[in-house]
Ligand binder design. Structure first.
Ligand SMILES: NC(=O)c1ccc[n+]([C@@H]2O[C@H](COP(=O)([O-])OP(=O)(O)OC[C@H]3O[C@@H](n4cnc5c(N)ncnc54)[C@H](OP(=O)(O)O)[C@@H]3O)[C@@H](O)[C@H]2O)c1
Length: 188
């Protein structure tokens, strides 16, 4: 796995501080290096996501590109959702790199629990996307991660609802001083 950054040195230092679970390796590099992977995860603030993928557009051709980007704005004690023109950030990214196969995932995960290897995280990851193979790939890499269960929801048209619900999750966290996450009842 390659952590991409605008500053490869910073990414290398971050990668060196990570604990690897399972097989493989993790290293730091440029955003171009990260975009050379088979599966590329976009995890920048919403207002830089489109520019970031456009910068590596040619490298993303045909790739599975997973957006975990939420367009949110702080208002008082709450985070409220912003609604991009195409309905979601995942759709904006798909429009910016039409040759990529964009999925949406990981929007609701609390970073603090993901970073803490001793946390009892038992979260569902709602996965959307228009390309069935790309959705399946996203399901596979998600189910391989400890503490996560992939739940395929449907097409990219659902991404706006998934992303905007993050504002609800974070506002609940602020109000209740908690690290909530999504767990869907009723699934086999
Ligand atoms: N934090 C969470 O709990 C969480 C959970 C689910 C989803 N998300 C979503 O994931 C995305 C990233 O969240 P985050 O909390 O990790 O944000 P962050 O720490 O502010 O940003 C992540 C990385 O994006 C890069 N970046 C920042 N500004 C940029 C710019 N102007 N242009 C290009 N790259 C830039 C930076 O990497 P370099 O400086 O190294 O290039 C930074 O380390 C957001 O859209 C968020 O909604 C976050």
């Amino acid at each position: 796995m390659i952590l991409g950054s605008r500053d490869a040195q910073r990414a290398s230092e971050t990668a060196a501080g990570l604990t690897l679970i399972g097989s493989g390796s993790v290293s730091g590099g440029t955003n171009e290096d990260a975009a050379d992977a088979d599966v590329v995860i976009v995890a920048t603030p919403w207002d830089s996501a489109v520019a970031t993928v456009k910068d590596v557009k040619a490298r993303l051709e045909g790739k599975v590109v997973v957006s975990m980007v939420n367009a949110l704005q702080k208002q008082g004690r709450e985070l409220v959702p912003l609604f991009p023109p195409r309905g979601s950030m995942a759709a904006e990214i798909q429009a910016a790199v039409p040759g990529a196969r964009v999925t949406g995932a990981y929007h609701h995960l609390p970073a603090a629990d993901m970073e803490n290897l001793d946390s009892d995280l038992n979260a569902d990851v709602v996965i959307v996307g228009d390309d069935a193979d790309a959705r399946r790939t996203t399901v596979e890499i998600t189910d391989a991660m400890s503490g996560l269960r992939a739940v395929e929801a449907g097409s990219l048209a659902l991404a706006g609802a998934v992303e905007s619900f993050t504002a609800v999750c974070i506002s609940i966290n602020i109000r209740h001083k908690a690290h909530t996450y999504v767990r869907l009842a009723g699934l086999a």
